[in-house]
Design a protein around this ligand. Structure first.
Ligand code: ADP
Ligand code: MG
Ligand code: MG
Length: 874
């Protein structure tokens, strides 16, 4: 099979070959070449070769270098330069690029092909000695680092010394002689740490570099990045060997990175930075401060105009925002990369709406463009204007990734992880971040850096996650060892709280008050489109009027799960609850329950009112009773005093309620089988509340859900009890109107799914409780899973955490079977899902496929579910 694809004027072989094989970078280089954009020609070695390299025990496959030679020969012909020539040498970059972009994960080598001999040739050919040796020192540095793992600090130190010696403030102010001297030192460093001379055969350099790219695929940080991002199933990385465009030949040269639209806000304005007389990563490395692209017209109007045209060409071609890299060599523009730009949730929404308006895409495409999970960012709080007015602003950095974050200060990634784990909210404060900091960045509520621009590592990664980030706050002096910072003459230590505003770049003292976002404009438009295209209903899990209202504001069409147990934990109620649990006779139990009844009724009135005209599924008591009792002796003593019983009695009741496997014990409907009076009280409260609402002209639509059913007989018994109680309550209240209370069950025990046709005879609706269903299908205790699950995902025994994303192959079968069999047992049986999975886009897609009527999720995930449901339907 073909291992190498050429792109250039001669031919573009990669056109139409997928990015699975060419990698994103390789495919887009081929694409750009084929639509006539100025791209330095080159070759792409496929990701398959990377896979084969590892399969062969880290050996380059036979024949690869022959194909590479052939490609290089074509390059030489096209460019009229020769690799390693002593007159007009061809130099190349060696760039990695997998099918999914992994920013900063794998390093690029520039100016490959330079040797002691060809550097002289390059100096002569370009009449620019400074440039030639600048290119050479970069090659030795990058090659040493990437291929031979020489610590970059060694080169860095030598460079600093030379800069000092030649009185150069900036790296591009070192004169040619200084750079020649530097190259010699670099070679000495190279030799010292590798034991070898810097290779003087360009083909050898190339071969080693290609291999190094393949190796970089499996470095710890690359593997870790894929883990964090959930990137799986790729063959490996492709390698792009591309002829060089020189941005470092002088003041008419430069390099830059840009987005075709603002990736932070979505504003349709060219956005980026460039640096004159610079190469490669100089722009993002924070070596010198780059200028905004808008300034470019002052420097070179023609190039700027051309760049703006290319921006439009690219958007028209890809019909999406592009993140581009370019270089200008002596006034000539070259495109080096394009890819779909990562953007914040807010930007994704605005861009999608704008592009529909501009006629670039249609509504359906627009909906598919917005990663449903990223909507969370729009739902995140921001600082209240009033509190910001009074906030003490310490400094202003770059607004790198929007949001509001308040936390104490962590100075290393490890520290951020640990303290977050311990329950603290921390800001990760670093000079700049690197891929090694990924874990800490992920843990922290916000990221604050003192150097680096809008396209620095911290900014790019934070935006990708929607994490609040302020970058380049240069006035902050960070003392990592002392765990403190100094800004504006004041010192803040690790335990001090700061607030950062990722939308303005402000860094503020103390904890500034935050507020909920307003959902209007483009967001509302996207939601409207989503509602048009989705067929799945979206409900919420809520058990307070406040949550119900919030979810309703977010578009919830009812409550899919109202847990009643939370209601028992409040001050006065817990006492009556405990009294009930301690009771030894049914009579005493009923007396205690009677005290709880008014509370429950009140709760339901509140919730039914907030959800008027929409269904509210109320689940009867679910957890084992011991959860309501205190377990430490002191609290037990207090409880005994409160209830006027002996501590020994409390202790013995706690002991009696102890279970070896409480999750598989006396809970759910089993409680109602043993203590029907609990069910009676709850149903009475529901019915009384519904009647009270009706009397106030509020249309309450309760549905009673009986949890943890495993057999039809269980449900049959409890259904009768429920029906009796409904009738009795109506009679007691003298209410003769319609109530239409549905009675249904949760499907969360595998047996219930397996016998769904029988269960459905007694259920008017099913709600798949996929948390328990997952727990019981896998046999994984949900509460103990953290001891082993991380290993399972790391070793890819499981593709993802099945409690986060529904295991469609296993647990999903039970859901599908439950729906099918359930509807066999009862025509048109209403089916929903109320586990954590109800808010997970991948799981929602599955729910759509198997024909559920609705999903139910936490209030904040309702908009996400609406969008995901639309995406599933499109
Ligand atoms: P990354 O994937 O980390 O962005 P790239 O392969 O894009 O790495 O390389 C980093 C930078 O190196 C590019 O942004 C570009 O500035 C520079 N570069 C890469 N190849 C070339 C080339 N052929 N000519 C000039 N500069 C290049
Ligand atoms: Mg790049
Ligand atoms: Mg359950």
């Amino acid at each position: 099979t073909k291992m190498v694809y050429y792109f250039g004027k001669t031919k573009t072989e990669g056109k139409g070959v997928g990015k699975d094989l060419l990698g994103g970078k390789g495919l887009n280089l081929a694409d750009m070449t084929s639509i006539g954009l100025p791209v330095p020609p080159g070759i792409t070695i496929t990701t398959q070769v990377c896979a084969d390299y590892y399969k062969a025990g880290k050996k380059l496959p036979k024949g690869l270098m022959d194909e590479v030679h052939e490609g290089v020969a074509t390059l030489e012909k096209e460019l009229k330069k020769k690799f390693g020539d002593n007159k007009n040498p061809l130099l190349v970059s060696v760039r990695s690029g997998a099918a999914v972009s992994m920013p900063g994960m794998m390093n690029t080598i520039l100016n490959l092909g330079l040797t002691d001999e060809s550097v002289v040739a390059l100096a002569n050919a370009t009449s620019n000695q400074r440039f030639a040796y600048d290119a050479y020192r970069r090659l030795i540095d990058m090659f040493g680092d990437v291929v031979m793992e020489v610590d970059r600090d060694h080169f860095e130190h030598a460079f600093t010394a030379i800069k000092k010696k030649y009185n150069a403030g900036q790296d591009n102010e070192v004169p040619a002689e200084g750079l020649i001297e530097l190259c010699n030192e670099y070679k000495a460093i190279y030799k010292k740490y590798t034991g070898e001379d810097f290779p003087q055969d360009p083909m050898k350099q190339l071969e080693l570099a290609i291999e190094a790219v393949f190796k970089s695929w499996n470095t710890t940080r690359a593997v870790r990045y894929r883990e964090v991002e959930g990137i799986r199933g790729l063959l490996g990385t492709a390698v792009n060997v591309q002829s060089m465009a020189y941005g470092n030949m002088g003041q008419d040269c430069g390099t830059g990175v840009a987005f075709t639209r603002n990736p932070s806000t979505g504003e349709n304005k060219f956005y980026g930075e460039f640096l004159i007389d610079a190469q490669g990563e100089d722009v993002v490395a924070g070596i010198r401060t780059p200028q905004p692209v808008a300034e470019m017209s002052k420097w070179n109007k023609t190039v700027y105009k051309q760049l703006l045209e290319i921006k439009d060409t690219l958007e028209a071609h890809y019909k999406d925002v592009q993140d581009i890299e370019f270089t200008i060599e002596k006034g000539e523009l070259f495109m080096l990369q394009t890819r779909n730009g990562k953007r914040t949730g807010a930007a994704a929404v605005k861009i999608a709406c704008d592009m529909v308006k501009e006629g670039l895409i249609d509504e359906k495409t627009a909906l598919l463009r917005i990663p449903a999970n990223d909507l969370t960012q729009l739902l995140l709080p921001s600082f209240t204007p009033e509190s910001k007015k009074n906030a003490k602003v310490l400094t202003i950095g770059l607004p790198a990734s929007p949001g509001a974050a308040v936390g104490t200060l962590a100075f290393t990634a490890e520290e951020a992880v640990e303290r977050t784990h311990a329950g603290e909210k921390v800001l990760l404060v670093r000079k700049e971040t690197s891929p090694e900091d990924i874990d800490g960045m992920h843990s922290a509520v916000g990221i604050l850096t003192s150097t680096g621009g809008m396209t620095s590592h911290a900014a790019v990664v934070a935006r990708g996650w929607g994490r609040c980030c302020v970058a380049g706050a240069g006035e902050i002096e960070i003392d990592e060892k002392g765990r403190k910072i100094k800004v504006g003459g004041k010192t803040y230590k690790h335990s001090d709280v700061l607030s950062i505003d990722g939308s303005t770049g402000q860094v503020m003292e103390g904890s500034v008050e935050t507020s909920e976002p307003k959902l209007s404009g483009d967001f509302a438009k996207v939601m409207k489109w989503a509602d048009q295209y989705r067929t799945l209903g979206v409900r919420t899990n809520a058990d307070t009027p406040k949550d119900s209202q919030r979810a309703r504001d977010f578009g919830a069409e009812g409550i899919g799960l109202c847990r009643t147990e939370h209601m028992f934990f409040e001050e006065d109620r817990i006492t009556s609850m405990r009294e009930m649990i301690l009771a030894e006779t049914e009579e005493d139990r009923r007396a205690a329950l009677a005290k709880l009844l008014p509370y429950q009724r009140e709760d339901f009135v509140g919730i039914f009112t907030a959800m008027k005209n929409l269904p509210v599924t109320v689940r009867l008591l679910d957890p084992p009773l011991h959860e309501f009792l205190p377990h430490d002796p002191k609290a037990q003593k207090e409880m005994a005093e409160m209830l006027g019983v002996s501590p020994a009695k409390v202790k013995s009741r706690v002991a009696a309620l102890h279970e070896s496997n409480p999750m598989l014990g006396h809970r759910g409907c089993r409680l109602s089988v043993t203590y029907p009076e609990i069910l009676e009280m709850q149903v009475t409260a529901i019915v009384e509340a519904a009647i009270e609402c009706k009397k106030n002209r509020i249309n309450a639509m309760p549905e009673i859900m009986i949890p943890l059913v495993g057999t039809a007989a269980e449900l049959s018994l409890l259904r009768s009890k429920t029906e009796e109680t409904i009738e009795k309550t109506k009679a007691d209240k003298g209410y003769s109107g319609q109530l239409d209370i549905l009675i249904g069950t949760m499907i969360e025990i595998p047996r219930a799914a397996l016998t769904a046709n029988e269960v459905a005879e007694y259920a008017e609706f099913f709600s798949f409780g996929t948390n328990d269903l997952t727990q019981m299908t896998f046999g994984y205790s949900r509460d103990d899973v953290n001891t082993f699950l991380p290993d399972y995902t790391r070793l890819e025994i499981l593709p993802t955490d099945p409690f986060q994303s529904l295991d469609t192959t296993g647990v999903g079968q039970l859901v599908e079977m439950g729906v099918t069999k359930g509807r066999q047992g009862r025509n048109g049986l209403k089916c929903g899902i109320c586990g954590e999975h109800g808010g997970d886009p991948a799981s929602i897609d599955f729910c759509h496929t198997v024909g559920l009527d609705y999903v139910s999720c936490s209030p904040f995930r309702v908009p996400i579910a609406r969008l995901a449901a639309a995406q599933a339907a499109i």
